[in-house]
Write a protein that binds this ligand. Sequence first.
Ligand SMILES: [Mg+2]
Length: 361
Amino acid sequence: MPHTKKGGGVFIRFQANAQMTVRVQFTSTTPLRFASIFNLRSSPFSTSRLLFSGRRNVIGMDKEGFLQPAEAVVADSDLLKKKLDALRFSGPQKLQVIADFDATLTRYWIDGCRGQTSHGLLKQGNPEYDTKRDELYKYYHPLEYSPTISIEEKTKLMEEWWGKSHSLLIEGGLTFDAIKQSVAAATIAFREGVVELFELLEEKGVPVLIFSAGLADIIEEVLRQKLHRSFKNIRIVSNRMVFDDNGCLVSFKGKTIHSLNKNEHALDMAAPLHDQLGDVDGAINDSASVRKRTNVLLLGDHIGDLGMSDGLNYDTRISVGFLNDNIENSLDSYRNAFDIVYLNDASMLGVVKLVRQLFPV
Ligand SMILES: [Mg+2]
């Protein structure tokens, strides 16, 4: 299905002040009070659109344009401003970033096709087993999103799905080489700006925890092949494989992380990694400990991703949601759940600007 953007509507133009022209566009797809699209022209180079649903203007706090060039929605600009001030005041040494992987760091659409996920891209070099896993997907995926199944029941179903899927990978003789080849052949790409974001966070000594219900070994291979460099500040909390000396998968480590328990396992899965991440900025004093990084910048593409920070005793969290698809039906819930929502498979450049704005130079 191709990626479409909403357009059209009535334009009302007025002079906000001597330097700035604000264009207001009313669309018919959302309630009027939330449907203002401001075209900010605070500089000759700023022509992108901001979809903003707060009662007050966010222009003042968006000096660096983190709500641009993407279409962005901010439901409570006052609250966001307070959170930005808190993060800025505490500095980068108090911040950690927690990010989902699929469709958050990676693009939702690639050349008009859906990008593959870290689970979905895997071809285990055994067509019979690829078909078996595909059949599991066809059976369980609709159940995952069924509105009539209770969360308890769904959680059991997801455990069942992940368990069977992992067993098939072992049974079908998955090798590490097959992972490398699958990633090389996959339709998967990082959002524009992800490398810049990682570089900036590394420079600032801010750790990044990538939290995924996918497969850690595949995510690491995607990072290797697509980014062409490693980052000392990045750790992955995901399902991790154990290979034998011949490079054949023999088991999985630890608890299974599936799509509905990222929340439940957030703390116990992340805790050992948090200890390791204390070394990220090379400091040896106590303040280096990630446990003491009490501010969180959370990136996700599902409302459930907000659970990734559960169990962390954070002071301030700014949550950024990527609403990639089904915007009309999901905008309300995303706007209420996330501090900032980027629409239409946006780039990561807004987040890069946000971090630069927080910690300039
Ligand atoms: Mg995701």
